[in-house]
Design a protein around this ligand. Sequence first.
Ligand code: KMH
Ligand code: ZN
Length: 275
Amino acid sequence: MTGTLITVAPTGAEHAKTDVPNLPVTLEELVAEAKACEAAGAGMIHVHIRGADTAPTLDPKRLEDTVAALRAETNLVVQLSTGGAVTDPEDHRLRVLDAMPDSASCTMGTVNFGDDVFMNRWEFIVELHKRMAERGIVPEYEIFDLGQLATLRRLLDQHGLPAGGHVHVDLVMGVPGGMPGDAETLVAATRAIPAGATFSATGVGRTTLPVMLAALSAGGHLRVGMEDTITFKRGERVRDNAQLVERAAEFAALAQRPALSADDVRALIKVSQNN
Ligand code: KMH
Ligand code: ZN
């Protein structure tokens, strides 16, 4: 692997704008952050949107407008979250695909999520996987715990490869209730990732740096962003998402695997150029 896919996850569904005033929640804020992150080295954006009240929403029109604006203003691969917030019902999460993003997240199982539960039933996972395959949307299989990699193998064995034929996995590490964010666990995960698949990794909160360094040394790609961490270093809040992308791009360059352009990312995870 000669380059590094850097995905930015700028918003998420968990932080409140009142607690994190620099969190991008309007379309204008999101597009501005996306442009800065692309300039800093991001190739893909993992998108959660907010409503006018700044609360997480899966409103279909807002999702469509978001995909259109990101496509018009950036060259980033646009990935919508089908995870949404822990309170989102399955039908709303499935409906996200109607906005026809290039890619969408698809989590491989239920996991305790802090004091909440992030529900992902087997039948729901299968439905997401099938609908993405029918529409040519490239999934990113989100893995919060090691057993979810067994679910991924079961999914691929029973229901075939995703759109484009390539499997890309994202290890979301350090969520309270999921796998720890450390090098040992990342290596264990790499052993269970299907042959030929690519993976990226992100560590939430204080696991950000250990996971980033472990992922790079294991040949993986990186996800960073304020969805996963709002602290840049001990005692210092993140300035903006581009600051996190810049740091990831610097680490990737040091590892002699510089940040991939959005077009390189399309080629890597097999996103159709028509999207
Ligand atoms: N917000 C979490 C409950 C995803 O985007 O697919 C789920 C999540 C995963 O962020
Ligand atoms: Zn997400």
